[in-house]
Ligand binder design. Structure first.
Ligand code: FAD
Ligand code: EPU
Length: 338
């Protein structure tokens, strides 16, 4: 395994930030990972695991070892009457994995088509889109402890999934390397078209009988129409989470802003569309130098070329302040800042 020095991370993060890694390597198996972790040379180095770099904002150079997870392989572990258990290496591209499942006529991930990044990061924030989250089909994962080198299995409950949350973002932050993830996919699809735009898109496509593939295509069309393609404009998807508020807070906001976009949650809570809040503060399409807010989706911060991570963070703080001032709601970041 080759360890390179002073490597630009620009090709490795979808924001296209030109930060440098003091050292950079990639590993393709648990054995290769252990070789690095156990070696005297790297034992005490600060380490960071990188997937597809689509949920990271580098604000400075990384003075340590960046380790890109390149573990590949997709295999069917077993099946029963209802389910097929499919395991994928952490370094598999997420969308290609979803396409593999659809090709095998296995259902459950079609609403999550076209999310950038790799399989290994999918449980980190319980990725979700269009009414589905991975916790709905996640079975288990294997992870390697960075310090005591134990191989640990986490089932669905052990991951403590929440909205854009898991144990890996909380108490086990920066402690484990996810090696592979197993999904429990359905032989008989249960379509989830609860997200209004999917039904509309299926109609527009002329689809009368939905299929796994048609739903995937509809999601791909919707996503392509509003989310910027990182190959063209640097971004990491939603920069903030959609905030959750109590009924009392929601009703006060609704009285003051009748157009507010919100969705009911269990336990008398409401989720507010952060994109709407940010747009109302006048940020949509804003640009200062190369840092900006996407013109079609105010929840997405963008790098038009040479923006620095620190400039994007500064812009993010301005957005947070203005939303707090106008609505009394504090936006929480979704993107990982390094
Ligand atoms: P990275 O950005 O490489 O890493 C993210 C975090 O996970 C980092 O802290 C990293 O250290 C850690 N990590 C990565 N791999 C491992 C591993 N194997 N073991 C341990 N830690 C690891 N997200 C959604 O949920 N829904 C969406 O609809 C969505 N849409 C997006 C659209 C666009 C255009 C973009 C750019 C991003 C979008 N995202 C979305 C965010 C992003 O795609 C997901 O968070 C994705 O899972 C990140 O995967 P990654 O491999 O790129 O992770
Ligand atoms: N809206 C606006 N202005 C905007 C953007 C949105 O008014 O500029 C309002 C619209 O009313 C719209 C509503 O907000 O109907 C919701 O917008 P959208 O459907 O685009 O979804 P979102 O809530 O902004 C969330 C996820 C996305 C995911 C989509 C689809 C979060 C933080 N974001 O965005 O995930 O793809 O739903 O399910 O939950 C990501 O996590 O990176 C991500 C892109």
């Amino acid at each position: 395994m080759r360890v390179q020095e002073n490597v630009s991370l620009r090709p490795y993060n979808t924001f296209g930030i030109d930060a440098k890694a003091r050292y950079f390597t990639s590993f393709h198996s648990q054995e290769e990972l252990l070789t690095v972790l156990a070696s005297q040379e790297w034992k005490h180095a600060r380490k960071m695991i990188l997937g597809g770099g689509s949920n990271i904002l580098f604000t400075q150079d990384f003075d340590g070892l960046v380790m890109k997870n390149g573990i590949k392989g997709i295999s069917v572990l077993r099946e029963d009457d209802e389910f097929v258990y499919v395991q994928a290496g952490a370094g598999e591209n997420w969308h290609e994995f979803v396409m593999y499942c659809i090709g095998q006529e296995l259902a459950g991930l079609e609403n999550l088509s076209l999310i950038p990044g790799n399989v290994g990061a999918s449980p980190m924030q319980n990725i979700g889109a269009y009414g589905v989250e991975i916790r709905d089909t996640f079975f288990e994962l294997e992870a390697f402890h960075l310090h005591d080198h134990a191989l640990v299995k986490f089932d669905n409950a052990a991951c403590a999934f929440g909205y854009r949350e898991s144990v890996f973002k909380r108490q086990y932050k920066d402690q484990f390397v996810i090696l592979n993830v197993t999904y429990r996919l359905l032989k008989q699809p249960r379509f989830n078209t609860s997200y209004g735009a999917i039904e509309q898109e299926l109609q527009r496509m002329g689809v009368t009988v939905p299929s796994i593939r048609a739903i995937s295509d509809a999601v791909i069309n919707i996503r392509s129409s509003k989310l910027p393609n990182p190959a063209e404009i640097g971004n990491a998807g939603s920069f903030f989470k959609n905030p959750e508020v109590t009924r009392e807070k929601y009703e006060a906001l609704k009285a003051a802003f009748p157009e507010i976009v919100a969705y009911p949650l269990p336990e008398d809570h409401f989720k507010l569309a952060a994109g709407w809040l940010i747009e109302q503060c006048g940020w949509k399409g804003y640009r200062d130098g190369d840092a900006g807010i996407h013109a079609r989706q105010a929840l997405v911060l963008v790098n038009y070329g040479q923006a620095k991570g620190a400039e994007l963070v500064e812009l993010a703080w301005k957005v947070v302040d203005s939303v707090k001032e106008k609505f009394g709601v504090v936006l929480e970041r979704e993107v990982n800042i390094v």
